[in-house]
Design a protein around this ligand. Sequence first.
Ligand code: GLA
Length: 365
Amino acid sequence: MTGETDRDKAVESLFAKRFGAVPQAVASAHGRVNLIGEHTDYNEGFVLPCILSQRTLVALSLRDDDRLEGDSAQFGSASEQPGAVPTGHWLAYVEGAVAMMAEAGAPQRGVSVVVDSDVPAGAGVSSSAALGVALLKALAAAHGMDRPDPALLARMAQRIEHEFIGLQCGIMDHMVSAVGAKASAMRLDCRDLSYSLHPLMAGVEVLVIHSGSGRKLSEGQYNARVAECRAACDALGVGALRDVSAGDLERLADGTAHRRARHVVHENDRVHAAITALASGDAASFGALMMESHRSLAADYDVSSPVLDSLVEACRDAGALGARLTGAGFGGCIVCLVRSGDADSVLAAAMKAVPEARLIDRIAS
Ligand code: GLA
């Protein structure tokens, strides 16, 4: 495996080869796995993600014109004028990042950019947030902005998804990508963006396993969940489901609104309980909370799938402490907590249950 500096140097020389000059800035941002706290971020609740070892690197220079020109082994080459980028194209992230910087007062200039990423796309591990955050970090550096506030960069990266991609996502992915640290869970309050980093427990490993099935049609389903939560808030007369208690739920007459809100309310409680378990090194309780989270995501939030359920069950039956779908759901990855000595047998059981499954990352303290 190439080290961090090797990859930094490689992306720099790719840029030099492609554009004939040294890039003005190189930056990177990691993908993430969420340990617990799913579909709570856009409800102003709590999450507990952790960065992956995979990251996206960006090398770029500002141009004299306003053209956006990009090259990436993973995403392809493209050159467009702002305003003409096809919907959903990766250059839309570049366009969005340039627009965000211009709003922050930087002169509006085009960019030449090279991107290299080993964060798997479409796997629910935040490849898009990693791209957005890496682009913004590099652009900030190219514009000479000294140490931009990571929370500000995260907010900008989230706005790129809302305004240039059409996904009404929360802030979790961008925040952990902007401020997360290795082998640390980040407790994030998605209302005020206050956070703390907590080392993972000793003697356990976090396995991130791709189900092999992509998140088909997930944007529409995801935005539908965001709208359902909004409808539940309107019915209860609150601004966000974060402020709803278990007792309030019976006031929700609509069955779907009730189930969605029930998931969010209890998932926030599970995040607090998981942090307590983490602090006391209680891996068994942490794992049990992950299992409960998965059941709730499947039964109340309707974002699981047969293949995700099979993987979670196979891991549990093979002795995992806990397992659950991670990210938006509808395919993508599961996250699994195992005692270190059990990692290989749990992985083997997962692959046997779902032959298309593959290990994405293993994280240990
Ligand atoms: C996606 C979104 C996040 C979050 C998760 C679900 O990853 O980008 O903001 O809502 O789904 O927890």
